[in-house]
Design a protein around this ligand. Structure first.
Ligand code: 8X3
Length: 254
């Protein structure tokens, strides 16, 4: 296999899907992971029509054993991942911290923090051994400062920043690069998930502003991966033009 391999977690929708498409167009083969077999298979067909060879791994990233079994099931030539895009993540709820739902907290912590760590632990030893590779974590503007009701989600994305910075220190003696891409408002199914399917509430998040798309973020991810080997894009904050921070958004009146 001559092409480089990009592995994208949470690839069946949103930023993950856009990254898979961008890297396929950019000449990579893909390992796409997620929970939805059907969606991953449809995406595999689409990416293969674009000329990529694709492996799908279906597992719930919250389950370390399932993730380990899935990764170990890859043929040896697929385990040599060049770019790991730790994208799988979600927000649930916007309740005040003192009224939050413990199950929502667990889902966010287990996916956004522990899932990212699991994949890093599986893939990065090979990168260090080969003295080659790039880990791109999808953080968030939410990790820079808390916003109202963001509490646990913001904490998980602050953790993504700390884990990205920590990994960058731990591999500084190698050629492995580590990047944190921090999107702001991106219109995907992010808010539908956050509000448990309440579409009106989800739509209101993007009202009066032109939000980013998954493709806007995938472009930045691909740029970081394409930089010359001696250039390490450590961190990028990507906001919609009328968004100034996690809590300041200028919205056009109707
Ligand atoms: C997603 C961006 O501002 O909705 O991480 O938290 S925000």
């Amino acid at each position: 296999m001559n092409k480089r391999i990009a592995m994208v977690t949470g690839a069946s929708s949103g930023i993950g899907r856009a990254c898979a498409e961008k890297f396929a167009q950019g000449g990579y083969n893909l390992i796409i992971t997620g929970r939805d077999t059907e969606k991953l298979h449809l995406l595999k067909e689409q990416l293969e029509a674009q000329g990529a060879t694709v492996q799908t791994l279906v597992f719930d990233i919250r389950h370390r054993e399932a993730a380990t079994t899935a990764f170990n099931s890859l043929p040896a030539e697929w385990k040599t991942v060049d770019v790991l895009i730790n994208n799988a993540g979600l927000a649930l709820g916007l309740e005040p911290e003192f009224e939050g739902n413990a199950e929502d907290w667990d889902a966010m912590i287990d996916t956004n923090i522990k899932g990212l760590l699991t994949m890093t632990r599986l893939v990065v030893p090979g990168m260090v051994e080969r003295n080659h590779g790039h880990v791109i974590n999808i953080g968030s503007v939410a990790g820079d400062a808390a916003y109202a009701g963001g509490n646990v989600y913001c904490a998980t994305k602050a953790a993504v920043k700390a884990l990205t910075d920590g990994l960058r220190i731990d591999v500084a003696h190698t050629a492995v690069r580590v990047t944190n891409i921090k999107p702001g408002l991106v219109q995907t199914n992010f808010s539908n998930v956050r509000f448990h399917g309440d579409e009106t509430r989800a739509d209101n998040v993007y009202k009066g502003i032109k939000p980013l798309t998954g493709t806007d973020i995938a472009d930045v991810v691909f740029y970081a991966a394409s930089a010359p080997e001696h250039v390490q894009i450590a961190e990028v904050l990507v906001l919609a033009t009328h968004q100034a921070s996690g809590s300041v958004v200028w919205r056009e009146k109707e």
